[in-house]
Design a protein around this ligand. Sequence first.
Ligand code: ZN
Ligand code: ZN
Length: 144
Amino acid sequence: MIFIMDTKPWLTCLQQNGYRLTATRKAVVEIIAQTENALNPLEVYEQARRRTRGLGLVTVYRTLEKLEETGLIQRVHQPGGCNAYLPSAHGHQHLIICQQCGHAEYFEGDDMQGLFEQVANQHGFHIREHWLQLFGTCRDCQKN
Ligand SMILES: [Zn+2]
Ligand SMILES: [Zn+2]
């Protein structure tokens, strides 16, 4: 797992970007910074609500927006189409995500340069970037 447990750098980053940190916003940051599962805004809300009083869904959306803007979290695709978020990877990483519980891990390395070149040639493209996300069932969910 490469997810960050210390939220201080996140809070500092947000403050430097002019984001005023209230207790409710902090709760949202803590949930999403420490999650190992991709969470949609409603799930963040449910979890953060247990830590703080008076949290509104709008605060969740705004805070997630700000975190995405500053690059601390990234949006992930979900088969259902609903947006979910995860702490951003450090550098170039790929994502494997459980379709049942949302458990996510980043992995490095891809041996697909050959495939990319083939696709690029076929379509006359010059490939600059790629974004790879694998879906599946995690170890725990396979047992159930
Ligand atoms: Zn799972
Ligand atoms: Zn790659």
